[in-house]
Ligand binder design. Structure first.
Ligand code: GRF
Length: 197
């Protein structure tokens, strides 16, 4: 059964584009049915539309601190698209357990660190400050605990002398665009075996 994927973004959506490109390459167990953002100005929305993928924008700001109300609005286009798999890709809103539990076992996220190292923000700066020899990215199943679900894949990069958070982020992002599509292909085919690139 072909899985129907909704991708949630907040900005440029480079990971979203990598996922769309791979699903368009054919022989893929999933198809994209929606790209949605919490920011109506997210540049990724126009890029997805240009590729023929349905889009939706649900601005989180009018909901203030009422996360449940924002998520109830965000859920509508996801359900209308008939999505049965959700990929968070540069999505910068913390989701409540109520939303996460609705997609238990059916929601993925990519995080720019080698989890369980550095959940949360500023991962590259933290790795540099710790003097780590390597960094990387992780695709994991989303659970109510932030950046904590079962690991589905990781890719590693060396940290080089003179690296800044920006140079390291750029090196990791290249691997994100390899890892996330590869993990989605396996996950959509029912294979949860972790992939280490
Ligand atoms: C990336 O570092 C990703 O790991 C994190 O958000 C950043 C931007 O992602 N989740 P994208 O370019 O919007 O996909």
């Amino acid at each position: 059964m072909t899985r129907r994927v909704a991708i949630l973004i907040s900005g440029g959506g480079s990971n979203m584009l990598a996922l769309l490109r791979d699903m368009a390459a054919g022989d893929h167990p999933a198809l994209p049915v929606l790209v949605a953002s919490n920011d109506p100005k997210a540049a990724g929305l126009a890029k997805a539309a240009a590729l023929g993928v349905a889009t939706a924008a649900v601005d989180h700001r009018p909901y203030g601190g009422d996360r449940a109300a924002f998520e109830a609005a965000l859920l509508q286009p996801i359900l209308e698209a008939g999505a049965d798999l959700v990929c968070l890709a540069g999505f910068m809103r913390v989701l409540t357990p109520g939303f996460v539990d609705r997609f238990a076992g059916r929601m993925l996220n990519i995080h720019p660190s080698l989890l369980p190292l550095y959940p949360g923000l500023h991962t590259h700066r933290r790795a540099l400050e710790a003097g780590d020899a390597e960094a990387g990215c992780t695709v994991h199943e989303v659970t109510p605990v932030l950046d904590d679900g079962p690991i589905l894949g990781q890719a590693r990069v060396p940290i080089l002398a003179g690296d800044t958070a920006e140079t390291l982020a750029a090196r990791v992002l290249v691997q994100e665009h390899r890892l996330y599509p590869a993990v989605l292909r396996r996950f959509a085919a029912g294979d949860r075996t972790p992939l280490f690139l």
